[in-house]
Design a protein around this ligand. Structure first.
Ligand code: B12
Ligand code: SF4
Length: 577
């Protein structure tokens, strides 16, 4: 029988992500090379002062909170001390913790702390950590939720599990920093997060995300139709003033009917939104470029595994031509390459890396092939006896940026760390800073579409390129001078700046050195900080839903003073789901 909580919608709930700090080595499994930063963790990590630094919220928790009718407080990125203080100050009936496998020791410690400070609370653990081996022995919780927490919580609290899914209205990222500079984030500058579905029906054997939501053939749509999705986006646009959406859906374009209906509605309602999507190459190829441009797809994250990869998502796709084509239409590409596929041999690694780098994507993620528990790949290695034991690898190091968690058939243990580093370094040496590549691609879009007959497309292109003559021209100037001062001439940067000056006229010519000089100074300062070992951590957030705010007001609890961000988050409900 499905468990329910006796207090139902009256239960007081705390949801929390695992505690930080994250970017330092500690006994709970934090690692300096595993910061809470998407790009610096696994994409631009070897780009030094050019690395794109920013944080992303714990979106699964935000989505769950938006759909809980009981008083629910969300604590995102607490320190261990802050989590303890919350337990000491406020009593909860249910405490939900979200984590991934490398963070299992933090999850275990948080459950221990709950038992100590709030022994009556029901502990619910969810997210990828629930697939960890022996999780029920290592972590002392009452419920382990494998899969979607929205439906689970609704049933646990006696709510209607089939009610339309409410969506939080939140920005996708915060705390952005590049070239040592943190641009002032005006409302609407940053993309909003959009979560149409979870899981992926393609079911690649190594994919944790697909496995967590049922594997091959399975996924969960929060919004079935283009109409429901449009409605959610329209409302988020109204609440946040955004023009762009980071679509957190592993294979958004795979749901073709929904995507094409969204396009129709965007055209009907004259929406110039930009969409940043994840997609497999095969699915991307199945769309006409006019459809992608019409949908506002301007940033794509896609897998590029080697020439002869065995994965169906790449079958019969010439990824190099595809990347070139997308970029020539102003679509920025983040390519993703796995290092250490079964067929990789040490003697082939240069060719594997060169092939990846030859795509000249705007960003390139390199990750180690990792058999995560819960996936078919894990079961295969388990059956073959090739998994490393906990004595051979600490679970906190199985994050894909350091060591294999299995014995590779051809690559001797430890060599993978060097191959990974070489891949990042080579991509940086050959293709230069990602920031410059991104500017180049955006400019290609501007050249091609600035006079497009459709005003909707012209508006999007103008908005995306609004900083070309100012910040971007200054950034290219600064990057060029940085390399010059370090004894390197980078012809790509020189030609990029020349073209920007031609296209964007007097403003770019006048402002490039002015803005550029300021950026050069901030780059020097940042470089010094990075050399001294500076790392960055996300701010702590504490957010309450309306019933929790009402309860707090009724109890007249004093606000904590401190640097954390405390607020209520807007939520939108689709009219048609
Ligand atoms: C956004 C993201 C991040 C953000 C983290 C933001 C944050 N605040 O946590 C950033 C970019 C910083 C990040 C970093 C890392 N990530 Co990450 N990340 C993702 C990503 C792309 C999306 C997660 C997401 O928001 N999904 C959408 C929401 C709606 O789904 P969800 O989180 O799964 O939540 C649902 C359920 O899981 C469940 N649920 C979740 N939590 C809870 C809690 C409770 C109580 C309940 C009941 C239910 C529940 O309900 C939710 C609604 O359905 C996933 C891949 C993916 N597409 O899922 C990888 C992923 C989660 N990351 C992963 C990894 C490994 C990492 C890193 C180690 C880096 C790396 N090398 O990849 C670092 C770790 C950083 C650190 N120090 O901890 C792995 C986890 C693998 C595993 N099996 O554990 C994933 C699956 C990617 C992958 N490699 O396959 N990541
Ligand atoms: S296509 Fe991508 S998201 Fe889908 S199963 Fe394969 S790796 Fe996972």
């Amino acid at each position: 029988m499905f468990p329910t909580h006796p207090l139902g919608k009256h239960a007081k709930i705390l949801l929390s992500s695992v505690f930080g700090p994250y970017a330092q080595d500690d006994a709970f499994g934090s690692r300096t090379i595993n910061p809470m930063e998407l790009y610096h963790n696994q994409v631009t990590r070897f780009q030094g002062v050019f690395s794109l630094r920013m944080f992303h919220r714990s979106f699964g928790l935000l989505l769950m909170q938006a759909n809980i009718d009981a008083p629910c407080t969300l604590l995102d990125f607490p320190t261990r001390e802050r989590f303890i203080a919350e337990l000491q100050e406020t009593s909860y009936d249910i405490i939900g913790i979200s984590g991934i496998i490398p963070n299992i020791r933090k999850v275990a410690e948080m459950c221990r702390l709950v038992r100590l400070h709030q022994p009556k609370a029901t502990i619910v653990v969810g997210g990828h950590v629930t697939n960890a081996v022996d999780v029920e022995r290592i972590v002392d919780a009452d419920h382990f939720v494998k899969g979607d927490g929205v439906a689970w919580f609704r049933r646990f609290l006696g709510q209607d599990p089939k009610a339309p899914v409410r969506h939080p209205a939140v920005y996708s990222g915060f705390g952005m920093r590049i070239l040592g500079y943190s641009p002032k984030e005006k409302p609407g500058d940053t993309a909003a997060i959009l979560m149409p579905s979870v899981g992926c029906p393609v079911g690649c054997n190594f994919c944790s995300t697909s496995a967590l939501f049922g594997g091959k053939g399975h996924f969960i749509n929060f919004y079935e139709t283009g109409d429901a999705l449009f409605d959610v986006m329209h409302q988020i646009e109204g609440k946040l003033g955004v023009q762009s959406f980071f679509v957190l859906d592993e294979n958004f374009l795979l749901h073709r009917k929904r995507a094409l209906r969204l396009l129709e509605l965007m055209q009907q309602h004259d929406k110039s939104w930009s969409l940043y999507v994840f997609s497999s190459a095969r699915v991307l190829e199945s769309y006409d470029i006019e459809q992608l441009v019409g949908l506002g797809v301007s940033w794509v994250w896609m897998g590029l595994e080697g020439d002869n990869a065995a994965y169906p998502k790449l079958r019969h796709v010439d990824t190099r031509s595809l990347v070139k084509k997308l970029q020539s239409h102003g679509i920025r590409v983040l390519g993703s390459t796995i290092i250490g596929l079964e067929e990789h041999r040490p003697e082939d690694m240069q060719a594997v890396i060169d092939y990846a780098v030859s795509h000249a994507t705007d960003f390139h993620q390199f990750m180690l092939y990792t058999p995560n528990p819960g996936t078919q790949l894990y079961e295969k290695h388990k059956a073959e006896g090739s998994l490393l034991s906990p004595d051979e690898i600490d679970i906190a190091d199985t994050h894909g940026q350091y060591r294999f968690s299995f014995r590779h058939p051809h690559i001797p243990a430890g060599w993978e760390t060097q191959f990974l580093a070489e891949a990042f370094q080579r991509d940086f040496e050959v293709n230069g800073p990602s920031l410059a590549r991104l500017i180049r691609t955006q400019m290609e879009g501007w050249k091609r579409y600035r006079n497009h007959p459709d005003a909707r497309i012209r508006r999007r292109i103008a908005w995306e390129n609004r900083s070309m003559a100012t910040t971007y021209a200054g950034a290219v100037w600064a990057m060029q001078h940085w390399f010059k001062q370090h004894g390197k001439s980078v012809p790509q940067l020189e030609s990029l700046l020349t073209e920007m000056k031609t296209l964007f006229g007097w403003q770019a010519r006048a402002l490039a050195p002015v803005v550029g000089m300021r950026l050069l100074l901030s780059m020097r300062a940042e470089d010094r900080r990075l050399r001294e070992g500076k790392t960055y951590e996300p701010t702590t957030f504490l957010e309450k839903n309306p019933p929790a705010i009402a309860l707090e007001q009724a109890q007249a609890v004093k606000s904590r003073a401190g640097s954390e961000i405390r607020r209520a988050l807007p939520v939108v409900t689709p009219v048609m789901a």
